[in-house]
Design a binder for this molecule. Structure first.
Ligand code: HEC
Length: 134
């Protein structure tokens, strides 16, 4: 008889053990919400703002009527032009003597002959400095 009760005692203990083990493990397996804050993309400064000295040059030279910084207008955006990887000298010569074949989807740009080289250089340097969206 003694033997039997020990058996039951052991059976009871092992059931208890399994129950405790299960409650413990299932608890740890529960999906828990991440405790760290979800990071948003860091806010970067807008690069499409035109510095005031360049903006007044572009306005004075009528460029803004056909070109915007990051949107297609009559002509390609300055960022699109920047993506072509021209040097400042190439940009200056293309403003004076546009090559329409470079932009088959656009009407030809009339040669701009009234802007002095110094101003064209400022504009060209600004174009090559633009951050290009890849
Ligand atoms: C009447 C509209 C118009 C004006 C004004 C204008 N553009 Fe353009 N521009 C275009 C068009 C259209 C193109 C694309 C076709 C082409 O190159 O002929 C272009 C192309 C360009 C290109 C790219 C050239 C190439 O071959 O990749 C540059 C750089 C440029 N313009 C700069 C300027 C600047 C700087 C001014 C002001 C001094 C200016 N544009 C004024 C319409 C204009």
């Amino acid at each position: 008889m003694k033997c039997e009760s020990t058996y039951f005692y052991h059976a009871f203990l092992s059931i208890l053990f399994v129950a405790v083990l299960e409650s413990c493990c299932s608890e740890s397996e529960q999906p828990s919400a991440p405790s760290y804050p979800v990071m948003k993309k860091p806010v970067t400064a807008k690069k499409s703002d035109i510095p005031s000295e360049v903006k007044s040059l572009l306005a004075k030279s009528t460029c803004l009527g056909c070109h915007k910084v990051d949107k297609k207008l009559i002509g390609p955006s300055y960022k699109e032009i920047a993506a072509r990887g021209y040097s400042e000298e190439e940009i200056i010569s293309l403003i004076k003597q546009p090559v329409q074949e470079n932009w088959p989807d656009y009407p030809p740009m009339a040669p701009i002959t009234w802007v002095v080289d110094e101003d064209l250089f400022t504009i060209a340097t600004w174009i090559t400095s633009l951050e290009v969206d890849k």
